[in-house]
Ligand binder design. Structure first.
Ligand SMILES: [Zn+2]
Ligand SMILES: [Zn+2]
Length: 342
């Protein structure tokens, strides 16, 4: 049996490569030679052993790009040499949500890496229907970031943003930065980005934020209120996943405003200031992954509207993946997106 190495997280903080069977693609699958794979915030939750819905050991990695090297017998849209990226979600196709086209809400939803198909490996097998062609204008490095861009895009669409809205984005990780960029293009007027890292806040200004606020040296709520004549912003996004930032996001919006949640909460047992919802008629919107967003994300990136290149701060060979994870968990690091290259 021929094999190839695939990264697994076997215990908190520990990456191990496991030999995986090198097989022919199934009839509806393309076999991809991975060229770039990026570490996602959710991979970090997994690395810490604190992902709310995944147990260790688990394969890891779902943000990738590569070239098609083989196609299954029923595949019609791709051929050898095509440059592609993958929507790594697995939906059952027959539950009521899938039948309504809301496959991101599938009752049996899963992801490739949870089924032993991680992206930190030389090869990746993907169903044709979840594979997307990359235009030549996008590098493999950028192609691997279409997945997080789709997450941000889905949330910004769900937020219902309108021309002229003021926006506060809590969290300047990759997703928060992408949200900053997209809300600016969607007509956001003032875009406040709140984080605790000066390095990432600087990035937020390059991505589209009009004002960055370091939550350690300034009080984000004071700054936002002062700047909005005490009103608060029209919309806020919570892209951190913590009780404190959720409370701040809820406090930062004006009466009648709304908050969109897209951070992963490691601790789901948190307190929420419920009185705000009624007294101020605040809306709370959840955003789960993506559905029908990949094409739009690719087009936005192709047209140069989102500076994906700007986000890749570190590159490691696959064999040094552990270093990439360790770096991202080092306090005060200056990393946004870490990619492995092949
Ligand atoms: Zn991701
Ligand atoms: Zn389903």
């Amino acid at each position: 049996m021929k094999t190839f190495p695939m990264a697994y997280i076997t215990a908190p903080g520990k990456i191990e490569f496991r030999e995986t069977e090198l097989r022919e693609p199934g009839s509806d699958e393309v076999m991809i030679q991975v060229q770039s794979a990026a570490i996602c915030g959710s991979d970090l939750h997994l690395f810490k052993g604190k992902h709310p819905s995944v147990q260790l050991p688990s394969a890891v990695g779902h943000e990738l790009s590569g070239s098609v090297i083989k196609t299954g017998t029923a595949v019609t849209r791709f051929r050898e040499g095509d440059r592609v990226t993958v929507e790594p979600v697995i939906a059952c196709g027959h539950c009521e949500f899938c039948l309504r086209g809301q496959y991101h809400l599938c009752s049996n939803i899963s992801f490739q890496y949870r089924k032993g198909q991680g992206a930190f490996a030389p090869y990746f097998y993907a169903p044709e229907k979840r594979t997307y062609l990359l235009p030549d204008s996008l590098s493999y490095e950028e192609g691997a970031l279409i997945e997080p861009l789709s997450v941000a895009l889905h949330a910004v669409k769900k937020s219902g943003i309108r021309l002229g809205d003021s926006v506060a984005v809590f969290g300047a990780g990759a997703i928060g930065l992408l949200v900053c960029s997209l809300v600016k293009h969607a007509g956001g007027s003032n875009v406040y980005c709140v984080d605790v890292s000066d390095f990432r806040l600087q990035k937020s200004l390059e991505m589209g934020a009009t004002r960055s606020i370091n939550n350690l040296s300034e009080n984000a709520l004071d700054v936002i209120r002062e700047d909005t004549r005490g009103m608060g912003v029209d919309l806020a996004f919570e892209a951190v996943g913590r009780e404190q930032t959720l409370a701040q996001a809820l406090e930062s919006v004006r009466k009648g405003g709304s908050v969109t949640l897209l951070g992963i909460f490691e601790d789901s047992d948190i307190r929420v200031p419920v009185h705000l919802f009624i007294q101020r008629e605040i809306g709370l919107v959840g955003s789960q992954g993506y559905a029908w967003d990949f094409d739009d994300a690719i087009t936005l990136a192709h047209n140069g509207l989102v500076p994906l290149k700007n986000m890749v701060t570190h590159r490691f060979p696959l064999s040094e993946l552990q270093k990439g994870f360790d770096l991202l968990l080092t306090p005060g690091n200056t990393a946004v997106k870490v990619e492995t290259q092949f």
